[in-house]
Design a protein around this ligand. Sequence first.
Ligand code: ATP
Length: 255
Amino acid sequence: MLKLEHIKKSYDKVTILNDINLEIEDGEIVSILGPSGCGKTTLLNLILGITDADSGKIIFQGEDITNVPMEKRGFNIVFQDYALFPNLNVYQNIVYGLKNKPGITTEEELGEMIELLGLKEHLDKKIDQLSGGQKQRAALARTLVMKPKILLLDEPLSALDGVIKESIKAKIKQIAREYHLTTIIVTHDPEEALTLSDHVLIIDQGRISQYGKPDEIVQTPQNGFVKEFILRQLEIKKNNIYSLFTGFMPDSMVS
Ligand SMILES: Nc1ncnc2c1ncn2[C@@H]1O[C@H](COP(=O)(O)OP(=O)(O)OP(=O)(O)O)[C@@H](O)[C@H]1O
């Protein structure tokens, strides 16, 4: 289990995260959801270990890792821009990190990962020959071969369009289930968070607004922010589609 206790973080005397308390069970997918600037990436970076908290504790599997440096935590992140090496092909990108940790993934496991992510026919390609979805899958493979104890994903779907987005979502779910891998995802998209995760952490101005299962959030939003920001966005999306087919907006949306 990953536990955050009373985490606080400020930049230049401005409070960014205020008293964050959180428990994430092993193997769960958790989305961190909130508007731009609410502190999502800061929270992800704190868990990863590239940012230090001002106060509070991070506990992993019962051990206090608050002061454990990033490389010793064994968590791993896929950045929003994938950070793949453009001068290497897909295969070389995937195995790059294994130089420092030889044997951590066997040839068989590597093959399975490549198969699972549908990268077999792309292994010889350079990164600029890949689509967005293929880049995302290559970045996922490169991270997963390092056998992270926790997988962190920063806006993994934001650069992808409809169908590709759904297929990457399915892959992320499959990986989390098959490898029993705790996966923490930053997103600003309520639909993405609600359809991808076991639990959703909604942050408003550095504070936890609600932490719950997707159905709890939809059925029992705990406050005005969840109702307005999250559920209203879903309603707008739904009504945009409705108006596309009918040519007019439902009365509830006309104000
Ligand atoms: N290194 C830093 N120094 C100073 N301020 C920072 C630093 N990193 C983040 N911030 C500030 O902290 C706040 C939260 O930033 P953060 O990146 O965590 O938000 P976010 O929710 O991930 O936003 P977005 O969705 O736009 O990426 C912002 O106001 C940002 O300007």
